[in-house]
Design a protein around this ligand. Structure first.
Ligand SMILES: *[C@@H]1O[C@H](CO)[C@@H](O)[C@H](O)[C@H]1NC(C)=O
Ligand SMILES: *[C@@H]1O[C@H](CO)[C@@H](O)[C@H](O)[C@H]1NC(C)=O
Length: 207
């Protein structure tokens, strides 16, 4: 092939590509894949941020955000939490459960007997709870929102950090959590949740 005809071939090919692209963009079926909504937020907790506190009720801005995110679950919420003694979170979980959201909880086997733990109550209401008797702590503190549904109209979220769901952690300690829709991170935490879910036992069957 001579240089001239080679150049001609290239030009012809390029023009055809451009023309077909133009036709496709003009008349071709438009794919309507919406980019998923991105959510990234860090929440910092400390006593200084606690606006109001009495024995039973506490208010703080980061807590409002946390409740907001938990309450945004539409289909599933998977919780892996060392301790859960906060009443507002207990109420939100019950509301979600009664709305039909599939709630699953993994807890530390010893900590669910901690004073004020709501885990047994949640379990008695019908929420599946699993644990593992072990000398090692189930020390994770994370939660997945809508990460276990086939429905694609949701934004799966990961909430993870140092925070126990206890009043001491929420309204006393310096604690942090991140809330993120970053798909790789959500996926990795989801894999860990599913791995533990298979490995751990329903608490009703093991006491
Ligand atoms: C949770 O969301 C529902 C709407 O889905 C709303 O009616 C309710 O007030 C919210 N609860 C809290 C505590 O934010
Ligand atoms: C979580 O809470 C428990 C019970 O209050 C406490 O013993 C533990 O140290 C806390 N862990 C973290 C990492 O906050």
């Amino acid at each position: 092939m001579g240089f001239k005809s080679f150049t001609q071939t290239i030009i012809l090919f390029a023009s055809l590509t451009l023309i077909s692209r133009y036709i496709y963009s003009r008349y071709g079926k438009k794919k309507t894949i919406k980019p998923p909504k991105e959510v990234h937020e860090a929440l910092m907790f400390s006593k200084d941020d606690t606006i109001y506190a009495d024995k039973k009720h506490y208010i703080s801005k980061p807590m409002d955000r946390l409740i907001y995110y938990l309450n945004s679950s539409r289909h599933t919420i998977d919780i892996c939490m060392y301790v859960l003694t906060n009443r507002d979170i207990f109420h939100i979980l019950m509301q979600l459960f009664y709305k039909g959201v599939k709630v699953r909880i993994i807890v530390d086997a010893d900590m669910q007997f901690a004073q004020g733990s709501y885990v047994r109550k949640l379990e008695k209401k019908g929420i599946p709870v699993r644990w593992m008797k072990s000398t090692n702590l189930m020390h994770h503190k994370f939660c997945l929102i809508d990460a276990s549904t086939e429905n694609s109209n949701v934004t799966p979220l990961l909430i993870a950090g140092s925070l126990n769901w206890t009043n001491q952690a929420l309204f006393g300690n310096w604690e942090d959590i991140i809330v993120t829709s970053q798909t790789v991170l959500v996926e990795q935490y989801k894999n860990e949740f599913e791995r533990l879910w298979v490995h751990f036992k329903p608490i009703g069957k093991s006491v």
